[in-house]
Design a protein. Structure first.
Length: 252
């Protein structure tokens, strides 16, 4: 006797992600935002083929592209880990309900966030990491050209997340030159250009939330800061999932 489940087609996500090139692209983008020419080298495929598969992933809203703030001719590709996780979970449950995801382990380790001014993105990321990990992950931030903390960075952390960062001071990258971290996350395309990659390097191509309103209109730019903080919180949640005590100790 057969059941209706015997003839059910695999979820579209499996057919899409199951292609060897697309799977490798997703694996690379799950670790760090990348440009097309970087992905061609990482997956060992010509640019036209990589662009074709990226387009398929973009159509499925698993991947998006964002113009580089360092060079507008380039674009960084980003994977939507939330949607990817939901798709993976749904595929597992479609096979058997017992494959529903379970609780993750507790995070641990040291993380350094870098941007240009250390005035918005990186201090927000530092604060969110400490809060979301319950203080189990030691987070720091710095900038290549430090400048005063942006008022909207303070406001969004206070109003949206209940975190007070008003007392922190911008720090130069050189302060952490001789220290070891489990992850060094560049949040700025410009900083990524001057920071050599090493084990544990990750890039998140996140625009400066203050650049949208260079005239200094804090009220007009506040929604951008909210979106930036929300993106950081989402990405940090996945970063913490990769920083378990076991992996942190193995990578030291």
């Amino acid at each position: 006797m057969t059941s209706s489940r015997d003839h059910a087609a695999p979820p579209e996500f499996l057919r899409l992600a199951g292609h060897p090139v697309r799977w490798r692209l997703l694996r690379e983008l799950a670790c760090s935002d990348r440009m097309v020419h970087e992905l061609t080298g990482l997956v060992g495929q010509p640019q036209n083929l990589v662009s074709y598969h990226l387009a398929k992933l973009r159509d499925a809203r698993l991947v998006s592209a964002r113009r580089s703030s360092a060079d507008g001719r380039d674009a960084y590709y980003t994977v939507d880990l939330t949607r990817l996780g939901e798709s993976l979970a749904a595929a597992g449950v479609a096979l058997h309900p017992a494959l529903a995801p379970g609780p993750a382990g507790s995070p641990a380790g040291r993380v350094l966030f870098l941007c240009t001014g250390n005035s918005a993105r990186s201090p927000m990321a530092e604060a969110l990491t400490g809060s979301l990990s319950g203080g189990l992950v030691e987070a720091h931030s710095a900038g290549s050209h430090p400048k005063p903390l942006h008022a909207n960075a303070v406001r969004v952390m206070r109003e949206e997340y209940g975190i007070d960062i008003a007392g922190r001071r911008p720090t130069h990258i050189s302060v952490f030159a001789d220290q070891r971290f489990d992850r060094v996350v560049t949040l700025c395309d410009r900083v990524r250009e001057v920071c050599p990659e090493s084990a544990g390097s990750v890039h998140w191509s996140i625009p400066d939330p203050g650049a949208e309103h260079p005239d200094g209109d804090e009220e007009a730019s506040y929604p951008t800061f909210k979106r930036t903080a929300a993106e950081l919180a989402s990405r940090i949640g996945f970063l913490l999932g990769a920083l378990t005590p076991t992996t942190a100790e193995e990578e030291r």
